[in-house]
Design a protein around this ligand. Structure first.
Ligand code: NDP
Length: 322
């Protein structure tokens, strides 16, 4: 039986990855900062099916002792300070957790068992204000935030450990991915939750920033499958994981409200604080390498993703308000 150690198991991707690996017969260990809180927030599909252990992303000795005890075959590092609005907050903390902790984990792998395979949830934020329209593994990096800079440091160290020590370590360079489990701080979930509230008469307006901002949005379940595939290959390699499609916040809104039989233009209000500087080059990923090497392609497309999120929010709000 394979054992997967997952950091950030309580987050969006962690829960989808744990579900996928349970289906595949893995033993799942979640290394989290707060066992009780994570246990309480697990979806029903994971309750009593995963083992949780506390570790600090700042203490290498704890990582060594957890790895010694559980002897994982695969390690997925999903824990990180979030992107979005928090990308500029606490740059020292972000550097520690999103950057240096990856090196702590790689060192722990070296100490415990060099055969542990390691996958890092990297981010398209390493490209930041990009120079090229479609971003690949070869696109010049240019992070624009402490979050992106810390992820880039982690990617660089992973490559160094791969080349210098022969570790099976790789970075999945993930473009935005969403789901009904996305936190409410992100624009996609803000829209689907807000639209569902309006539909149920629980709210009259939805406040949003720049409607013309565009993103490459995929489904989280597809993206964790890519990370798993990366660790099943004969050689470690970094891959961009993206849909290759760009959609605006306006399109996202239009789809969400239309799905509920509403016209979004009647409900939107301007929220200047949510405006971000516009990108001069679209943020769109080119996942051709993932297709060629991993046989990976996204299964859920934009409209299905929006509909799925709207339906889940509608259901959740109905249950809560009954
Ligand atoms: P979530 O915000 O849903 O989950 C993040 C997880 O990280 C949570 O479980 C959280 O723990 C944990 N975490 C945050 N800060 C700390 C800390 N200081 N110490 C320990 N754990 C911490 O994010 P996602 O699941 O969406 O993302 C997973 C990974 O993928 C992240 O590394 C993210 O940077 C990366 N990524 C995500 C993208 C996306 O669009 N979703 C795009 C690109 C990269 P707790 O449960 O205790 O709060």
């Amino acid at each position: 039986m394979k054992t997967a150690l997952i950091t950030g198991l309580g987050g969006q991707d962690g829960s989808y990855l744990a579900e996928l690996l349970l289906e595949k017969g893995y033993r799942i260990i979640g290394a989290v900062r707060d066992v009780r809180r994570t246990e309480d927030s697990l979806p029903i599909t994971l309750k009593n099916k995963v083992e949780l252990v506390a570790w600090s992303m700042l203490i290498q000795e704890e990582m060594v002792s957890v790895m010694r005890h559980y002897q994982p075959t695969e390690l997925y590092n999903l824990a990180a300070y979030s992107s979005g609005a928090g990308m500029y907050d606490d740059p020292v903390g972000i550097g520690e957790v999103n950057g240096l902790s990856v090196v702590r984990m790689l060192e722990a792998v070296r100490e415990v068992n060099i055969g542990i395979r390691f996958c890092q949830a990297s981010s398209r934020e390493v490209f930041g204000e990009s120079f090229e329209g479609l971003q690949t593994e070869c696109t010049r990096v240019n992070p624009r935030s402490p979050y992106g800079a810390a992820k880039l440091y982690a990617d660089s160290m992973i490559r160094i450990y791969r080349q210098h020590y022969g570790l099976f370590a790789c970075s999945a360079i993930l473009f935005n991915h969403e789901s009904p489990r996305r936190s409410l701080g992100f624009v996609t979930r803000k829209i689907t939750h807000g639209a569902a509230k309006i539909k149920l008469g629980l709210s009259q307006e939805l406040y949003l920033g720049n409607l013309n901002a565009c993103r490459d949005w995929g489904f989280a379940g597809d993206y964790v499958r890519a990370m798993w595939l990366m660790l099943q290959q004969s050689q470690p390699t970094d891959c961009v994981i993206a849909t290759g499609e760009s959609h605006s916040v306006r399109e996202f809104c239009a789809r969400a409200f239309t799905h509920l039989g509403l016209d979004y233009r009647q409900f939107l209000a301007d929220e200047p604080a949510a405006y971000r500087p516009a990108e001069s080059v679209p943020l769109v990923g080119d996942a051709r390498k993932a297709k060629e090497v991993l046989g990976w392609e996204p299964q859920i497309r934009f409209c299905q993703l929006v509909d799925m999120m709207v339906d889940a929010d509608l259901q959740m709000l109905k249950e809560k308000n009954n």
